[in-house]
Design a protein. Structure first.
Length: 141
């Protein structure tokens, strides 16, 4: 049985900030930013863009809440959330390549390009704040 990873106060604060970000982003998928998020759904996905945005919003809210509330599975949820960030990255790339504006601020190629560099930061943030990275490193010892 895996030993539960204790996270620091700083990790806990950053994890809670990430959870809030996920819940707000998920809620915005379902409501006021639904059209803007559709710009990120690549044309090659064989589903309705609206359905993809709704489902991803539900996933974001669910992952955020489970990361906050399910302490015994926090490391596993951290890995799942990191994987989610990896899986949605092609949508960000497609938005850049297709030159689709969204959210008011993503209205130029340079803004869309800069945004791509934040995805690895999100992945590192979740792996660090959930203790997933620490758990993986401990398993290698």
């Amino acid at each position: 049985m895996k030993k539960e990873i204790n996270t620091s106060l700083t990790q806990n604060i950053f994890r809670i900030l990430l959870v809030l970000f996920m819940i707000i982003a998920g809620f915005s998928h379902l409501t006021f930013n639904r059209i803007d998020f559709q710009a990120q759904v690549p044309d090659w996905i064989p589903l309705s863009k609206n359905l993809v945005v709704i489902l991803s919003g539900i996933v974001e809210i669910t992952l955020g809440l489970t990361l906050l509330l399910w302490k015994k599975q926090r490391v596993n949820i951290g890995w799942v959330l990191a994987l989610f960030f990896i899986l949605v990255f092609p949508g960000n790339v497609a938005q850049y390549l297709d030159g689709k504006d969204a959210f008011g601020a993503l209205n130029s190629d340079s803004a869309r390009l800069i945004r791509l560099f934040f995805q690895p930061i999100l992945i590192a943030w979740v792996l660090w704040s959930s203790g997933a990275w620490q758990s993986w490193r401990n398993s290698k010892k």
